[in-house]
Design a protein around this ligand. Structure first.
Ligand SMILES: Cc1cc2nc3c(=O)[nH]c(=O)nc-3n(C[C@H](O)[C@H](O)[C@H](O)COP(=O)(O)OP(=O)(O)OC[C@H]3O[C@@H](n4cnc5c(N)ncnc54)[C@H](O)[C@@H]3O)c2cc1C
Ligand SMILES: NC(=O)c1ccc[n+]([C@@H]2O[C@H](COP(=O)([O-])OP(=O)(O)OC[C@H]3O[C@@H](n4cnc5c(N)ncnc54)[C@H](O)[C@@H]3O)[C@@H](O)[C@H]2O)c1
Length: 476
Protein backbone atom coordinates (compact mmCIF):
# COMPACT_ATOMS: atom_id res chain seq x y z
CA UNK A 1 0.00 0.00 0.00
CA UNK A 2 1.34 3.45 -0.95
CA UNK A 3 1.97 5.72 2.06
CA UNK A 4 1.64 9.50 2.18
CA UNK A 5 2.14 12.29 4.67
CA UNK A 6 -1.14 13.75 3.41
CA UNK A 7 -4.07 12.47 1.38
CA UNK A 8 -6.42 15.14 0.08
CA UNK A 9 -9.94 14.17 -1.01
CA UNK A 10 -11.31 16.68 -3.51
CA UNK A 11 -9.50 18.92 -5.98
CA UNK A 12 -11.45 22.16 -5.54
CA UNK A 13 -10.21 25.45 -4.04
CA UNK A 14 -9.70 23.99 -0.54
CA UNK A 15 -8.16 20.67 -1.55
CA UNK A 16 -5.82 22.18 -4.12
CA UNK A 17 -4.49 24.75 -1.64
CA UNK A 18 -3.87 22.10 1.03
CA UNK A 19 -2.25 19.66 -1.44
CA UNK A 20 -0.07 22.14 -3.33
CA UNK A 21 1.05 24.00 -0.18
CA UNK A 22 2.00 20.74 1.55
CA UNK A 23 3.85 19.36 -1.48
CA UNK A 24 5.78 22.61 -1.94
CA UNK A 25 7.06 22.27 1.64
CA UNK A 26 8.30 18.75 0.84
CA UNK A 27 5.44 16.53 2.08
CA UNK A 28 4.52 13.37 0.18
CA UNK A 29 1.01 14.13 -1.01
CA UNK A 30 -1.81 12.29 -2.82
CA UNK A 31 -4.88 14.09 -4.21
CA UNK A 32 -8.01 12.18 -5.19
CA UNK A 33 -10.51 13.87 -7.52
CA UNK A 34 -13.54 12.11 -8.94
CA UNK A 35 -14.11 14.44 -11.91
CA UNK A 36 -11.97 14.45 -15.04
CA UNK A 37 -10.23 17.66 -14.11
CA UNK A 38 -9.63 19.34 -10.73
CA UNK A 39 -10.84 22.89 -10.12
CA UNK A 40 -14.08 22.06 -8.34
CA UNK A 41 -17.23 24.13 -8.29
CA UNK A 42 -15.49 27.48 -8.50
CA UNK A 43 -13.81 26.78 -11.83
CA UNK A 44 -16.42 24.55 -13.49
CA UNK A 45 -19.86 25.49 -12.14
CA UNK A 46 -19.43 28.54 -9.91
CA UNK A 47 -17.32 31.66 -9.69
CA UNK A 48 -15.64 31.51 -13.08
CA UNK A 49 -18.55 30.72 -15.42
CA UNK A 50 -20.89 32.96 -13.42
CA UNK A 51 -18.50 35.92 -13.68
CA UNK A 52 -18.17 35.39 -17.44
CA UNK A 53 -22.00 35.37 -17.73
CA UNK A 54 -22.20 38.48 -15.54
CA UNK A 55 -19.61 40.33 -17.63
CA UNK A 56 -21.32 39.46 -20.93
CA UNK A 57 -24.71 40.43 -19.51
CA UNK A 58 -23.32 43.69 -18.15
CA UNK A 59 -21.75 44.65 -21.46
CA UNK A 60 -24.97 43.98 -23.34
CA UNK A 61 -27.12 45.83 -20.77
CA UNK A 62 -24.88 48.89 -20.65
CA UNK A 63 -24.54 48.99 -24.44
CA UNK A 64 -28.36 49.18 -24.64
CA UNK A 65 -28.50 51.82 -21.89
CA UNK A 66 -25.79 53.85 -23.60
CA UNK A 67 -27.67 53.71 -26.90
CA UNK A 68 -30.73 55.18 -25.18
CA UNK A 69 -28.63 57.86 -23.51
CA UNK A 70 -26.76 58.95 -26.64
CA UNK A 71 -29.68 58.93 -29.00
CA UNK A 72 -29.21 55.87 -31.16
CA UNK A 73 -30.88 52.51 -31.05
CA UNK A 74 -29.49 49.03 -30.63
CA UNK A 75 -31.65 46.16 -31.76
CA UNK A 76 -31.24 42.46 -32.27
CA UNK A 77 -30.94 39.39 -30.14
CA UNK A 78 -27.84 38.24 -28.30
CA UNK A 79 -26.00 35.39 -30.02
CA UNK A 80 -25.89 33.19 -26.94
CA UNK A 81 -23.39 30.79 -28.50
CA UNK A 82 -20.79 33.57 -28.15
CA UNK A 83 -21.52 33.88 -24.43
CA UNK A 84 -21.13 30.10 -24.03
CA UNK A 85 -17.89 30.15 -26.00
CA UNK A 86 -16.49 32.82 -23.71
CA UNK A 87 -17.41 30.72 -20.66
CA UNK A 88 -15.61 27.70 -22.13
CA UNK A 89 -12.56 29.80 -23.01
CA UNK A 90 -12.36 31.27 -19.50
CA UNK A 91 -12.52 27.82 -17.90
CA UNK A 92 -9.98 26.31 -20.25
CA UNK A 93 -7.55 29.21 -19.77
CA UNK A 94 -7.65 28.80 -15.98
CA UNK A 95 -7.73 24.98 -16.04
CA UNK A 96 -3.95 24.44 -16.56
CA UNK A 97 -3.36 26.08 -13.18
CA UNK A 98 -5.58 23.45 -11.51
CA UNK A 99 -4.78 20.53 -13.82
CA UNK A 100 -3.66 16.97 -13.13
CA UNK A 101 -0.45 17.76 -15.10
CA UNK A 102 0.34 20.67 -12.79
CA UNK A 103 -0.25 18.51 -9.71
CA UNK A 104 2.10 15.86 -11.10
CA UNK A 105 4.71 18.52 -11.93
CA UNK A 106 4.63 19.54 -8.28
CA UNK A 107 5.32 15.97 -7.19
CA UNK A 108 1.75 15.20 -6.12
CA UNK A 109 0.36 11.74 -6.86
CA UNK A 110 -3.06 12.47 -8.36
CA UNK A 111 -5.73 9.78 -8.49
CA UNK A 112 -8.97 9.86 -10.48
CA UNK A 113 -11.88 8.28 -8.68
CA UNK A 114 -14.33 8.49 -5.82
CA UNK A 115 -12.63 8.37 -2.42
CA UNK A 116 -14.06 6.71 0.68
CA UNK A 117 -12.62 5.83 4.07
CA UNK A 118 -11.67 2.31 5.09
CA UNK A 119 -10.19 3.44 8.41
CA UNK A 120 -8.85 6.62 9.97
CA UNK A 121 -5.66 6.26 7.90
CA UNK A 122 -6.85 4.37 4.82
CA UNK A 123 -8.71 5.71 1.82
CA UNK A 124 -9.92 3.63 -1.07
CA UNK A 125 -10.33 4.94 -4.60
CA UNK A 126 -13.44 3.66 -6.39
CA UNK A 127 -13.50 0.85 -3.83
CA UNK A 128 -10.42 -0.78 -5.34
CA UNK A 129 -6.94 0.65 -4.69
CA UNK A 130 -6.32 1.69 -1.11
CA UNK A 131 -3.70 4.21 0.03
CA UNK A 132 -2.44 5.18 3.50
CA UNK A 133 -2.27 8.72 4.85
CA UNK A 134 -0.72 9.85 8.10
CA UNK A 135 -3.06 12.82 7.83
CA UNK A 136 -6.09 13.19 5.58
CA UNK A 137 -8.04 16.23 4.33
CA UNK A 138 -11.70 16.11 3.35
CA UNK A 139 -12.39 18.89 0.81
CA UNK A 140 -15.35 17.42 -1.06
CA UNK A 141 -17.29 20.69 -1.43
CA UNK A 142 -21.05 21.03 -1.74
CA UNK A 143 -23.85 20.66 -4.27
CA UNK A 144 -27.12 22.49 -4.87
CA UNK A 145 -29.82 21.78 -2.29
CA UNK A 146 -33.10 20.82 -3.95
CA UNK A 147 -36.10 21.86 -1.83
CA UNK A 148 -38.89 19.34 -1.29
CA UNK A 149 -41.43 20.43 -3.92
CA UNK A 150 -44.23 18.17 -5.12
CA UNK A 151 -43.57 17.05 -8.70
CA UNK A 152 -39.99 18.35 -8.86
CA UNK A 153 -38.64 14.95 -9.93
CA UNK A 154 -40.91 14.99 -13.02
CA UNK A 155 -39.88 18.34 -14.50
CA UNK A 156 -36.63 19.64 -15.98
CA UNK A 157 -34.88 22.32 -13.94
CA UNK A 158 -31.47 23.97 -13.89
CA UNK A 159 -28.97 24.38 -11.08
CA UNK A 160 -25.53 26.02 -11.14
CA UNK A 161 -24.26 22.68 -12.47
CA UNK A 162 -26.32 22.93 -15.67
CA UNK A 163 -27.21 26.58 -16.27
CA UNK A 164 -23.86 27.28 -17.94
CA UNK A 165 -24.58 24.62 -20.56
CA UNK A 166 -27.89 25.97 -21.88
CA UNK A 167 -28.19 26.47 -25.63
CA UNK A 168 -30.60 29.43 -25.56
CA UNK A 169 -31.75 31.94 -22.97
CA UNK A 170 -35.32 31.02 -21.98
CA UNK A 171 -37.97 33.67 -22.58
CA UNK A 172 -39.09 33.42 -18.98
CA UNK A 173 -37.20 32.08 -15.99
CA UNK A 174 -38.18 31.58 -12.35
CA UNK A 175 -35.32 31.40 -9.86
CA UNK A 176 -35.89 29.81 -6.46
CA UNK A 177 -33.57 31.51 -3.98
CA UNK A 178 -32.43 35.12 -3.63
CA UNK A 179 -29.00 34.26 -2.19
CA UNK A 180 -25.78 35.21 -4.02
CA UNK A 181 -26.14 32.41 -6.58
CA UNK A 182 -29.79 33.28 -7.26
CA UNK A 183 -29.43 37.02 -7.64
CA UNK A 184 -26.13 37.07 -9.53
CA UNK A 185 -27.55 34.63 -12.08
CA UNK A 186 -31.04 36.19 -12.11
CA UNK A 187 -29.61 39.58 -13.06
CA UNK A 188 -27.31 38.04 -15.68
CA UNK A 189 -30.12 35.99 -17.25
CA UNK A 190 -32.43 39.00 -17.26
CA UNK A 191 -29.80 41.07 -19.07
CA UNK A 192 -29.20 38.24 -21.52
CA UNK A 193 -32.86 38.37 -22.48
CA UNK A 194 -35.00 36.35 -20.04
CA UNK A 195 -37.98 37.70 -18.15
CA UNK A 196 -36.90 36.76 -14.61
CA UNK A 197 -38.88 36.25 -11.39
CA UNK A 198 -37.07 35.36 -8.15
CA UNK A 199 -39.01 33.59 -5.40
CA UNK A 200 -37.62 33.37 -1.87
CA UNK A 201 -39.25 32.23 1.34
CA UNK A 202 -37.44 34.86 3.40
CA UNK A 203 -38.99 38.35 3.68
CA UNK A 204 -36.19 40.22 1.90
CA UNK A 205 -32.95 39.78 0.02
CA UNK A 206 -29.45 40.12 1.50
CA UNK A 207 -30.64 39.79 5.10
CA UNK A 208 -27.04 39.83 6.36
CA UNK A 209 -26.17 43.14 4.66
CA UNK A 210 -26.12 46.63 6.13
CA UNK A 211 -29.67 47.96 5.82
CA UNK A 212 -28.82 50.99 3.64
CA UNK A 213 -26.90 48.73 1.27
CA UNK A 214 -29.76 46.23 1.18
CA UNK A 215 -32.29 48.97 0.35
CA UNK A 216 -30.16 50.33 -2.46
CA UNK A 217 -29.51 46.84 -3.84
CA UNK A 218 -33.23 46.00 -3.76
CA UNK A 219 -34.10 49.27 -5.50
CA UNK A 220 -31.56 48.67 -8.28
CA UNK A 221 -32.31 44.97 -8.76
CA UNK A 222 -36.07 45.45 -8.91
CA UNK A 223 -35.54 47.63 -11.98
CA UNK A 224 -34.60 44.39 -13.78
CA UNK A 225 -36.01 41.47 -11.79
CA UNK A 226 -39.37 40.73 -10.24
CA UNK A 227 -39.06 39.49 -6.64
CA UNK A 228 -41.65 37.52 -4.70
CA UNK A 229 -40.64 37.31 -1.04
CA UNK A 230 -42.11 35.31 1.84
CA UNK A 231 -43.22 32.79 -0.75
CA UNK A 232 -42.58 29.11 -1.33
CA UNK A 233 -43.02 27.00 -4.43
CA UNK A 234 -45.00 24.00 -3.18
CA UNK A 235 -45.85 22.15 -6.39
CA UNK A 236 -44.61 22.09 -9.98
CA UNK A 237 -46.10 20.70 -13.21
CA UNK A 238 -45.15 20.72 -16.86
CA UNK A 239 -47.57 20.95 -19.75
CA UNK A 240 -46.07 21.15 -23.22
CA UNK A 241 -43.14 23.52 -23.02
CA UNK A 242 -44.52 25.45 -20.06
CA UNK A 243 -43.79 24.99 -16.37
CA UNK A 244 -46.51 25.80 -13.83
CA UNK A 245 -45.23 26.63 -10.36
CA UNK A 246 -47.68 26.80 -7.45
CA UNK A 247 -46.46 29.49 -5.07
CA UNK A 248 -47.72 29.97 -1.52
CA UNK A 249 -47.27 33.55 -0.52
CA UNK A 250 -47.91 34.78 3.04
CA UNK A 251 -49.65 37.93 1.74
CA UNK A 252 -51.46 36.74 -1.37
CA UNK A 253 -52.22 33.08 -0.71
CA UNK A 254 -51.68 30.63 -3.56
CA UNK A 255 -50.82 31.73 -7.08
CA UNK A 256 -49.50 30.04 -10.21
CA UNK A 257 -46.35 31.20 -11.96
CA UNK A 258 -45.88 30.22 -15.59
CA UNK A 259 -42.40 30.05 -17.07
CA UNK A 260 -40.23 28.35 -19.67
CA UNK A 261 -37.46 27.40 -17.27
CA UNK A 262 -36.70 27.01 -13.58
CA UNK A 263 -33.36 27.61 -11.84
CA UNK A 264 -32.93 26.26 -8.32
CA UNK A 265 -30.50 28.31 -6.21
CA UNK A 266 -31.90 27.49 -2.77
CA UNK A 267 -28.62 26.95 -0.91
CA UNK A 268 -26.00 24.24 -0.71
CA UNK A 269 -25.65 20.72 0.70
CA UNK A 270 -22.17 19.63 1.86
CA UNK A 271 -20.90 16.47 0.11
CA UNK A 272 -20.62 14.03 3.01
CA UNK A 273 -22.43 11.03 1.53
CA UNK A 274 -20.73 7.75 0.56
CA UNK A 275 -17.42 8.77 2.12
CA UNK A 276 -17.86 6.05 4.80
CA UNK A 277 -17.00 8.65 7.41
CA UNK A 278 -18.10 6.23 10.14
CA UNK A 279 -15.07 4.03 9.31
CA UNK A 280 -12.88 6.95 10.33
CA UNK A 281 -15.11 8.14 13.21
CA UNK A 282 -15.52 11.57 11.59
CA UNK A 283 -18.60 13.31 12.98
CA UNK A 284 -21.21 14.94 10.77
CA UNK A 285 -23.37 17.60 12.43
CA UNK A 286 -26.39 19.12 10.62
CA UNK A 287 -25.23 17.54 7.37
CA UNK A 288 -21.74 19.09 7.43
CA UNK A 289 -18.37 18.03 8.79
CA UNK A 290 -17.69 19.54 12.15
CA UNK A 291 -14.23 21.09 12.57
CA UNK A 292 -12.43 22.99 15.31
CA UNK A 293 -10.48 26.24 14.77
CA UNK A 294 -7.51 24.24 13.47
CA UNK A 295 -9.79 22.63 10.82
CA UNK A 296 -9.48 19.30 12.61
CA UNK A 297 -12.49 16.96 12.53
CA UNK A 298 -13.59 14.78 15.44
CA UNK A 299 -10.75 12.43 14.39
CA UNK A 300 -7.47 14.21 15.17
CA UNK A 301 -5.51 13.16 12.07
CA UNK A 302 -8.36 14.07 9.70
CA UNK A 303 -8.95 17.68 8.65
CA UNK A 304 -11.66 19.30 6.54
CA UNK A 305 -11.95 22.60 4.68
CA UNK A 306 -14.20 24.49 2.29
CA UNK A 307 -17.89 24.04 1.59
CA UNK A 308 -18.03 20.59 3.20
CA UNK A 309 -17.67 22.31 6.58
CA UNK A 310 -20.54 24.62 5.65
CA UNK A 311 -19.57 27.78 7.54
CA UNK A 312 -18.00 30.09 4.95
CA UNK A 313 -18.94 28.78 1.49
CA UNK A 314 -16.54 30.97 -0.49
CA UNK A 315 -13.52 30.14 -2.63
CA UNK A 316 -11.23 32.43 -0.66
CA UNK A 317 -12.43 30.89 2.63
CA UNK A 318 -11.65 27.39 1.31
CA UNK A 319 -8.19 28.63 0.32
CA UNK A 320 -7.58 30.27 3.69
CA UNK A 321 -8.66 27.08 5.49
CA UNK A 322 -6.48 24.96 3.19
CA UNK A 323 -3.48 27.11 4.23
CA UNK A 324 -4.25 26.55 7.92
CA UNK A 325 -4.29 22.83 7.23
CA UNK A 326 -0.80 23.00 5.68
CA UNK A 327 0.47 24.61 8.90
CA UNK A 328 -1.37 22.25 11.24
CA UNK A 329 -1.26 18.91 9.41
CA UNK A 330 2.24 19.16 7.96
CA UNK A 331 4.10 21.17 10.61
CA UNK A 332 2.01 20.28 13.65
CA UNK A 333 1.35 23.95 14.42
CA UNK A 334 -1.78 25.13 16.19
CA UNK A 335 -2.91 27.75 13.67
CA UNK A 336 -6.54 28.80 14.05
CA UNK A 337 -8.33 30.03 10.96
CA UNK A 338 -9.22 33.62 11.69
CA UNK A 339 -12.34 34.99 9.98
CA UNK A 340 -12.22 38.37 11.78
CA UNK A 341 -11.21 40.20 8.62
CA UNK A 342 -13.07 38.01 6.16
CA UNK A 343 -14.71 40.00 3.38
CA UNK A 344 -16.88 39.03 0.45
CA UNK A 345 -18.41 40.62 -2.61
CA UNK A 346 -21.73 39.87 -4.26
CA UNK A 347 -21.10 40.42 -7.96
CA UNK A 348 -24.40 41.98 -8.91
CA UNK A 349 -24.35 45.28 -10.77
CA UNK A 350 -23.79 47.33 -8.65
CA UNK A 351 -21.49 45.15 -6.53
CA UNK A 352 -22.08 44.68 -2.82
CA UNK A 353 -19.07 44.56 -0.47
CA UNK A 354 -19.17 43.22 3.07
CA UNK A 355 -16.45 43.33 5.74
CA UNK A 356 -16.87 42.77 9.47
CA UNK A 357 -19.70 44.04 11.63
CA UNK A 358 -22.80 45.85 10.45
CA UNK A 359 -23.76 49.01 12.33
CA UNK A 360 -26.35 47.12 14.37
CA UNK A 361 -23.91 44.33 15.27
CA UNK A 362 -21.29 46.93 16.22
CA UNK A 363 -23.77 48.87 18.40
CA UNK A 364 -24.65 45.64 20.23
CA UNK A 365 -21.03 44.58 20.63
CA UNK A 366 -19.63 47.99 21.66
CA UNK A 367 -22.65 49.25 23.66
CA UNK A 368 -23.22 52.05 21.15
CA UNK A 369 -19.67 53.41 21.58
CA UNK A 370 -18.94 53.51 17.87
CA UNK A 371 -18.52 56.05 15.10
CA UNK A 372 -20.27 55.70 11.75
CA UNK A 373 -19.03 57.33 8.55
CA UNK A 374 -21.18 57.38 5.42
CA UNK A 375 -20.26 58.66 1.96
CA UNK A 376 -22.52 58.79 -1.08
CA UNK A 377 -21.39 58.44 -4.68
CA UNK A 378 -22.82 61.89 -5.42
CA UNK A 379 -20.07 63.36 -3.17
CA UNK A 380 -17.24 61.71 -5.13
CA UNK A 381 -16.14 63.37 -8.38
CA UNK A 382 -15.48 60.17 -10.35
CA UNK A 383 -18.98 58.83 -9.75
CA UNK A 384 -20.48 62.20 -10.64
CA UNK A 385 -18.34 62.55 -13.78
CA UNK A 386 -19.39 59.11 -14.97
CA UNK A 387 -23.07 59.82 -14.12
CA UNK A 388 -23.03 56.77 -11.84
CA UNK A 389 -24.08 58.19 -8.52
CA UNK A 390 -25.66 55.17 -6.82
CA UNK A 391 -22.56 54.24 -4.86
CA UNK A 392 -22.74 54.28 -1.08
CA UNK A 393 -20.25 53.33 1.59
CA UNK A 394 -20.39 53.00 5.34
CA UNK A 395 -17.43 52.50 7.67
CA UNK A 396 -17.91 51.69 11.33
CA UNK A 397 -15.15 52.21 13.89
CA UNK A 398 -14.86 51.68 17.63
CA UNK A 399 -14.51 54.79 19.81
CA UNK A 400 -10.74 54.88 19.14
CA UNK A 401 -11.20 54.87 15.36
CA UNK A 402 -10.27 51.21 14.76
CA UNK A 403 -12.27 49.85 11.81
CA UNK A 404 -14.75 47.15 12.87
CA UNK A 405 -16.94 47.03 9.76
CA UNK A 406 -17.13 48.37 6.22
CA UNK A 407 -19.93 47.98 3.69
CA UNK A 408 -20.39 49.35 0.22
CA UNK A 409 -22.44 49.20 -2.93
CA UNK A 410 -21.40 50.55 -6.31
CA UNK A 411 -19.63 49.87 -9.58
CA UNK A 412 -16.51 47.80 -8.78
CA UNK A 413 -17.06 48.20 -5.02
CA UNK A 414 -15.17 44.93 -4.54
CA UNK A 415 -12.07 46.61 -5.94
CA UNK A 416 -12.13 50.04 -4.35
CA UNK A 417 -12.89 48.62 -0.89
CA UNK A 418 -9.80 46.35 -0.83
CA UNK A 419 -7.78 49.04 0.93
CA UNK A 420 -10.19 48.87 3.88
CA UNK A 421 -9.57 45.11 4.29
CA UNK A 422 -5.85 45.82 4.42
CA UNK A 423 -6.31 48.65 6.92
CA UNK A 424 -8.61 46.59 9.15
CA UNK A 425 -6.47 43.47 9.05
CA UNK A 426 -3.33 45.40 10.01
CA UNK A 427 -5.06 47.27 12.81
CA UNK A 428 -4.91 50.67 11.09
CA UNK A 429 -7.34 53.32 12.14
CA UNK A 430 -9.64 55.07 9.68
CA UNK A 431 -7.54 58.27 10.04
CA UNK A 432 -4.54 56.42 8.52
CA UNK A 433 -6.35 56.15 5.20
CA UNK A 434 -6.61 59.95 5.11
CA UNK A 435 -2.85 60.26 4.66
CA UNK A 436 -2.90 57.95 1.63
CA UNK A 437 -3.01 60.08 -1.52
CA UNK A 438 -5.52 58.57 -3.93
CA UNK A 439 -4.96 59.33 -7.61
CA UNK A 440 -7.64 61.74 -8.73
CA UNK A 441 -10.37 60.89 -9.63
CA UNK A 442 -10.22 57.24 -8.50
CA UNK A 443 -13.42 55.68 -7.18
CA UNK A 444 -11.36 54.69 -4.13
CA UNK A 445 -11.52 58.35 -3.10
CA UNK A 446 -14.86 57.46 -1.51
CA UNK A 447 -12.88 55.76 1.28
CA UNK A 448 -10.61 58.74 1.87
CA UNK A 449 -13.72 60.96 2.10
CA UNK A 450 -14.77 58.92 5.13
CA UNK A 451 -11.27 59.28 6.58
CA UNK A 452 -11.40 63.05 5.96
CA UNK A 453 -14.71 63.14 7.80
CA UNK A 454 -12.93 61.49 10.74
CA UNK A 455 -10.49 64.42 10.89
CA UNK A 456 -13.22 67.01 10.30
CA UNK A 457 -15.13 65.78 13.31
CA UNK A 458 -12.01 65.91 15.48
CA UNK A 459 -10.26 69.02 14.18
CA UNK A 460 -12.97 71.39 13.11
CA UNK A 461 -15.38 71.06 16.01
CA UNK A 462 -14.83 71.66 19.74
CA UNK A 463 -11.77 73.38 21.19
CA UNK A 464 -9.19 72.81 18.43
CA UNK A 465 -10.57 75.49 16.01
CA UNK A 466 -10.71 77.99 18.90
CA UNK A 467 -7.03 77.36 19.66
CA UNK A 468 -5.94 77.44 15.99
CA UNK A 469 -7.89 80.69 15.43
CA UNK A 470 -6.03 82.32 18.31
CA UNK A 471 -2.69 80.99 17.08
CA UNK A 472 -3.25 82.26 13.54
CA UNK A 473 -4.21 85.70 14.87
CA UNK A 474 -1.05 85.78 16.96
CA UNK A 475 1.11 84.52 14.08
CA UNK A 476 -0.10 87.30 11.75
C1 LIG B 1 -22.79 29.86 -9.09
C2 LIG B 1 -21.77 30.03 -8.02
C3 LIG B 1 -20.99 31.16 -7.99
C4 LIG B 1 -20.02 31.33 -7.00
N1 LIG B 1 -19.29 32.48 -6.99
C5 LIG B 1 -18.38 32.67 -6.03
C6 LIG B 1 -17.59 33.85 -6.01
O1 LIG B 1 -17.73 34.75 -6.85
N2 LIG B 1 -16.67 34.00 -5.02
C7 LIG B 1 -16.49 33.04 -4.06
O2 LIG B 1 -15.65 33.24 -3.18
N3 LIG B 1 -17.23 31.90 -4.06
C8 LIG B 1 -18.15 31.69 -5.02
N4 LIG B 1 -18.88 30.54 -5.03
C9 LIG B 1 -18.62 29.53 -3.99
C10 LIG B 1 -17.38 28.67 -4.34
O3 LIG B 1 -17.56 28.10 -5.63
C11 LIG B 1 -17.21 27.55 -3.32
O4 LIG B 1 -17.21 28.10 -2.02
C12 LIG B 1 -15.88 26.83 -3.53
O5 LIG B 1 -15.84 26.23 -4.80
C13 LIG B 1 -15.70 25.73 -2.45
O6 LIG B 1 -14.49 25.05 -2.67
P1 LIG B 1 -14.30 23.58 -2.08
O7 LIG B 1 -12.88 23.22 -2.31
O8 LIG B 1 -14.81 23.49 -0.71
O9 LIG B 1 -15.27 22.66 -2.94
P2 LIG B 1 -15.36 22.38 -4.51
O10 LIG B 1 -14.77 23.49 -5.29
O11 LIG B 1 -16.74 22.01 -4.79
O12 LIG B 1 -14.42 21.10 -4.73
C14 LIG B 1 -14.75 19.84 -4.25
C15 LIG B 1 -14.13 18.80 -5.16
O13 LIG B 1 -14.21 17.54 -4.54
C16 LIG B 1 -14.54 16.56 -5.53
N5 LIG B 1 -15.13 15.44 -4.78
C17 LIG B 1 -16.27 15.44 -4.06
N6 LIG B 1 -16.44 14.25 -3.45
C18 LIG B 1 -15.37 13.49 -3.79
C19 LIG B 1 -14.97 12.17 -3.45
N7 LIG B 1 -15.64 11.42 -2.60
N8 LIG B 1 -13.83 11.70 -4.02
C20 LIG B 1 -13.08 12.45 -4.86
N9 LIG B 1 -13.42 13.71 -5.19
C21 LIG B 1 -14.53 14.23 -4.65
C22 LIG B 1 -15.49 17.30 -6.46
O14 LIG B 1 -15.56 16.67 -7.72
C23 LIG B 1 -14.84 18.68 -6.50
O15 LIG B 1 -13.91 18.78 -7.55
C24 LIG B 1 -19.84 30.33 -6.01
C25 LIG B 1 -20.61 29.18 -6.04
C26 LIG B 1 -21.57 29.02 -7.02
C27 LIG B 1 -22.39 27.76 -7.03
N1 LIG C 1 -20.04 36.43 -4.99
C1 LIG C 1 -19.82 35.41 -4.18
O1 LIG C 1 -18.87 35.40 -3.38
C2 LIG C 1 -20.71 34.22 -4.25
C3 LIG C 1 -21.54 34.03 -5.34
C4 LIG C 1 -22.36 32.91 -5.36
C5 LIG C 1 -22.31 32.03 -4.30
N2 LIG C 1 -21.48 32.25 -3.27
C6 LIG C 1 -21.46 31.34 -2.12
O2 LIG C 1 -22.28 30.23 -2.33
C7 LIG C 1 -23.15 30.07 -1.20
C8 LIG C 1 -24.44 29.48 -1.65
O3 LIG C 1 -25.21 30.46 -2.31
P1 LIG C 1 -26.76 30.27 -2.57
O4 LIG C 1 -27.28 31.54 -3.10
O5 LIG C 1 -26.96 29.01 -3.32
O6 LIG C 1 -27.30 29.93 -1.13
P2 LIG C 1 -27.82 30.82 0.09
O7 LIG C 1 -28.04 29.86 1.18
O8 LIG C 1 -26.92 31.96 0.34
O9 LIG C 1 -29.22 31.41 -0.42
C9 LIG C 1 -30.29 30.57 -0.70
C10 LIG C 1 -31.56 31.37 -0.71
O10 LIG C 1 -32.61 30.49 -1.07
C11 LIG C 1 -33.71 30.70 -0.22
N3 LIG C 1 -34.45 29.44 -0.15
C12 LIG C 1 -34.02 28.24 0.32
N4 LIG C 1 -34.97 27.32 0.18
C13 LIG C 1 -36.03 27.92 -0.42
C14 LIG C 1 -37.31 27.48 -0.83
N5 LIG C 1 -37.68 26.23 -0.69
N6 LIG C 1 -38.14 28.38 -1.39
C15 LIG C 1 -37.76 29.68 -1.56
N7 LIG C 1 -36.57 30.14 -1.18
C16 LIG C 1 -35.70 29.28 -0.62
C17 LIG C 1 -33.11 31.15 1.10
O11 LIG C 1 -34.04 31.91 1.85
C18 LIG C 1 -31.92 31.98 0.63
O12 LIG C 1 -32.25 33.33 0.46
C19 LIG C 1 -23.30 31.45 -0.62
O13 LIG C 1 -23.55 31.39 0.76
C20 LIG C 1 -22.00 32.11 -0.94
O14 LIG C 1 -21.13 31.95 0.15
C21 LIG C 1 -20.69 33.34 -3.22
Amino acid sequence: MKKYDLIVIGGGSGGLTAAIGSAQFGARVALIEKDDEPGGDCLHYGCVPSKTYIKAAKEIYHARLAAGTYGFSLGGKTDFSVVKKRVKEAISEIQPHDSRERLRSLGIDEYKGFASFRSKHEVSIDGSETIYGKRIVIATGSRPAIPPIEGIEHIPYYTNETIFDIEEVPDSLVVIGAGPVGIELAQAMSRLGADVTVVDHSPDLMAQEEWEIRERAREKLTEEIRFIFSARIVEVKKDGGTLYLMAEDEDHGTSVLECDALLIAAGRKPNVENLNLEHAEVKVEDGRIEVNGKMQTSMKNIFACGDVTGDYPFTHAAGMEGKSIVANAIFGLRRHTDYTHFAYVIYTDPEVFHLGLTEKQARDQYQDEIHVYKVKGEDVDRFVAERDKDAFMKIITDKKGVIVGAHAIGTSAGDWMQQVIFAKQHGHKLKDISSVVHPYPARAEIVSKAADEYWRRRLFTGTIPKITRKYIKWFR
